[in-house]
Design a binder for this molecule. Structure first.
Ligand code: F3S
Length: 398
């Protein structure tokens, strides 16, 4: 891979350890994937923030980089393993909290904004169309590639951090237009009416399109929250963090539907629901939602919880960024939600918090949430906001 004189000097250690290490990571990646050069990126989003996933080895790696590493561009974080302010209320133990705070301290020292959200595009880390960025969180990567039309590969935590220290990333994969061409046509013949439908549709597309970039037809409208949910699901159950929806997402007008066509209808959606749902009626945790809630979603939860009381059995989490919670505080949504017995889970989520063994079952409107909850040993139920809230009030799924 071609390096400028300045990049060569960075590689030789002229700007210190973190920059040298970062150059080594980026050059190794560039060489593996055949990149010709490094390109500038406008922002970075770093995953691998929860101590639950990092462990002591990850913490040590971060502390080494934090010694002399300072990010050069706007950099935000994925959710951590706990609510950074109210972790006790979510049942997190002291030792975990101590270690998680050490992780956060290391990121702070690097100059990273301690945002801890998988929806950075809702809190100010929003690229423009065509901009190159280096993001890690799969749902956010899919969102910026597909809904915003920015360009990023799905970075690992270390390569995203490396991009933040250098301000560049190797030019390969989805940074190149020739790798952003749709190569399968997905036509949907059924109507999507709520968030879980979009999650189930993401399941179908992910499974059927496999490693291809889908060009989707048959959809006439979509909201930001529905697309957010679809992005999370399609990349969780499939692999490509890029899709086009005719007439809805940017760039779709530049392409025609490829010949190979996959039809998705009622039966496919039903099968997706059957596969995501487990046979369980007692719910231990209700989690709204994954990816992190927008303020619109929080407002909807508040509206649905007004004058209701959550039964003592399921714990009820509203997962969102700290910034969205602050808006909810100002708008009075927090009061309504907490008065009903629900808790805010800011900065974290059900997948990255240390929940293994704590809850046996979860209900959520999110297909991705179900996928990761199963990994945490929980039985899963997917349903609309209304259905999840009903389960929380009645104490069971019916
Ligand atoms: Fe976000 Fe956690 Fe879901 S990181 S996308 S809420 S699994």
């Amino acid at each position: 891979m071609y390096l400028t004189k300045k990049e060569e000097r960075m590689m030789d250690g002229e700007e210190g350890y973190a920059v040298k290490k970062s150059m080594e990571i980026l050059v190794a990646l560039g060489n593996i994937y055949g990149a010709e050069k490094l390109i500038r990126v406008g922002s970075v989003q770093v995953a691998g923030v929860s101590y639950h996933n990092l462990g002591d080895a990850g913490l040590e790696f971060l502390n080494e980089l934090a010694e002399d590493g300072k990010v050069k561009i706007l950099t935000t974080l994925n959710p951590a393993g706990m609510d950074l302010e109210d972790w006790k209320r979510l049942g997190i133990d002291e030792e975990f909290a101590r270690k998680q705070n050490l992780v956060i301290d290391a990121f702070k020292k690097m100059g990273i904004i301690i945002s801890c959200t998988c929806t950075p595009y809702l809190i100010g880390n929003l690229p423009i169309y065509g901009e190159h960025v280096a993001w890690s969180e799969s749902s956010a990567v899919t969102f910026v590639n597909s809904v915003v039309g920015a360009k990023t590969n799905r970075e690992g935590g270390p390569s995203a951090l490396a991009a933040a220290f250098i301000g560049k990333t190797p030019s390969y994969g989805l940074h190149l237009n020739e790798h952003r061409i749709p190569d399968t046509h997905v036509h949907i013949t059924t109507k999507l009416s709520n968030l879980p439908d979009w999650g189930a549709f993401g399941y179908c597309v992910g499974k059927k399109a496999e490693n291809k970039i889908p060009y989707i037809t048959g959809i006439t409208e979509a909201s930001l929250d529905e697309l957010k949910s679809f992005c999370a699901s399609v990349v969780t159950y499939g692999s490509k963090p890029l899709f086009y929806i005719e007439g809805i997402t940017p760039g779709s007008e530049k392409h025609n539907p490829p010949e190979e066509t996959i039809i998705i209808g009622d039966n496919d959606l039903r099968e997706a629901y059957e596969s995501i749902n487990d046979d369980v009626s007692t719910i231990d945790l209700v989690c709204i939602v994954c990816p992190h809630c927008s303020i619109k979603e929080v407002a909807k939860v508040a509206e649905l919880l007004k004058y209701k009381t959550i039964s003592s059995q399921p714990e009820f989490w509203v997962a969102c960024s700290r910034l969205v919670k602050q808006i909810a505080d100002k708008r009075g949504y927090t009061k309504i939600i907490e008065r009903a017995g629900a808790k805010f889970a800011c900065d974290t989520c059900m997948a990255v918090a240390p929940l293994k063994g704590r809850f046996r079952s979860v209900a959520t409107p999110s297909a991705k949430g179900c996928y990761y909850s199963r990994h945490n040993g929980m039985k899963t139920k997917i349903g609309s906001l209304e259905k999840c809230i009903e389960a929380a009030v009645r104490g069971r799924w019916s």
